[in-house]
Design a protein around this ligand. Structure first.
Ligand code: C5P
Length: 229
């Protein structure tokens, strides 16, 4: 069979969006299909790792051979990830909602004629990647994603320190490359740059499947100590 360079390694992956309830029928969410995160979990499992996927609500199937925990909100995702530590590596692909409403209403908020829209009080969600990246039980390898529409590299580089990550996988989601047919979000292709403290590696545009396989190989190199710092 194929070589299993990640045999014996425990790896946590987050994927998909989070949904933050406003009331029982409405929510705030980021755009994310889960395609890239689920493909990464599967590709890492194919290299022999014990993969734990923490997924927000998505329409893609649980990858075969991967233990999948289903969550809805950022706080649930954070709790599920923390429960899975210690691990050898953690890869944060989920598009986590940055904010949630301060209290979600127990009943559907009524539209009152002439009453105007409700004033939603927002609070910040926990940053799961930053929490893990700076945690005493931090995995040896922590990888984040950055979907940027401008200043891609400067933003990704700043994110390394702020989030305590070893690598940031940056993808440009501005104009043509973003939402919609042929776009990154929901589409099957992706063009990424791998940003580390030692520089930037540009990968050509390829399928999300190929990005996942290349990233899985990079994880295996890094964990075996072959990668550059
Ligand atoms: O700050 P920004 O949202 O651009 O950071 C993106 C990276 O941080 C992704 O890896 C994402 O999964 C992670 N993240 C997180 N928790 C949040 C926000 C982002 O884990 N609340």
């Amino acid at each position: 069979g194929r070589p299993k360079p990640l045999a014996g390694r425990k790896i946590v992956v987050t994927s998909g969006p989070t949904h933050e309830p406003i009331d029982p029928v409405r929510y705030i969410a980021n755009r994310s299909s889960g395609k890239q995160g689920h493909a990464i979990a599967a590709a890492i499992a194919a290299l022999g790792a014990d993969v734990h996927l923490v997924s927000g609500p998505v329409n893609v199937a649980d990858p075969a051979g991967v233990g999948t925990v289903h969550v809805e909100t950022a706080r649930q995702m954070r709790d599920a990830v923390m429960d899975l530590l210690p691990a050898d590596a953690a890869i944060f692909v989920a598009a986590v909602a940055d904010w949630r409403t301060a209290d979600s209403a127990g009943e559907k908020i009524k539209k009152v004629p002439g009453g105007g829209p409700p004033a939603l009080q927002m609070v910040e969600n926990p940053d799961i990647l930053a929490t893990v990246g700076h945690h005493e039980r931090r995995p040896a390898l922590v990888i984040g994603f950055a979907a940027e529409t401008e200043n891609l590299l400067a933003n990704a580089q700043a994110k390394l320190d702020r989030k305590g990550a070893d690598l940031i996988v940056a993808n440009d989601v501005s104009h043509g490359s973003g939402v919609g047919p042929g776009g990154v979000m929901g589409g099957d292709r992706n063009r990424v740059r791998i940003v580390s403290r030692s520089g930037v590696e540009e990968w050509p545009e390829m399928t999300k499947q190929d990005v996942a396989e290349k990233l899985a190989e990079l994880v295996a190199e890094r964990l075996s100590g072959n990668g550059a710092s």
